[in-house]
Design a protein around this ligand. Sequence first.
Ligand SMILES: [Ca+2]
Ligand SMILES: [Ca+2]
Length: 160
Amino acid sequence: MGSVYRFVLLSAVVAVLSAQSCPGGWYHHATSCYAFIDAEPLGWAEAMFYCSTLHANLVQIESSSENNFLKNHLFAAKTNATYWIGLTDALVEGKYLWQTTQDDVNFVDWAPGEPNDVAHTEDCAALWFGYHYQWNDAFCANRYDFICEREMTERPNIIG
Ligand SMILES: [Ca+2]
Ligand SMILES: [Ca+2]
């Protein structure tokens, strides 16, 4: 009887843990899961599409907490690479929006002097390796690594 009870309790704990975890290879922060895609650098729009195939979006950074989580991960991973984020002013020059939600930027972490829209060609934002992962606007067709973000797996409904 005791072992049955323990099994049921353990199963319940496992169910709760798995319901709140991220897919394999994804990293958890707050209510999101993140994948750092570095197998094949892509242009910004291609990166956006790639994330959609993972049921995710190019990362949308809403707070210093989220920004620090991403930067700390990249420092620790020593990737020495630049990563696209889901921020662009391609629609209206100088008006940066998060592509997924069309939200205005509230929190920003532009590197000093950025965004500078060099030669009027830079409309897509990235965590820039050369700026210690502060943000830079760059030419959207450049091929960089990128970060996908998705909501944590929903907890399944318990029927009974
Ligand atoms: Ca986010
Ligand atoms: Ca720039």
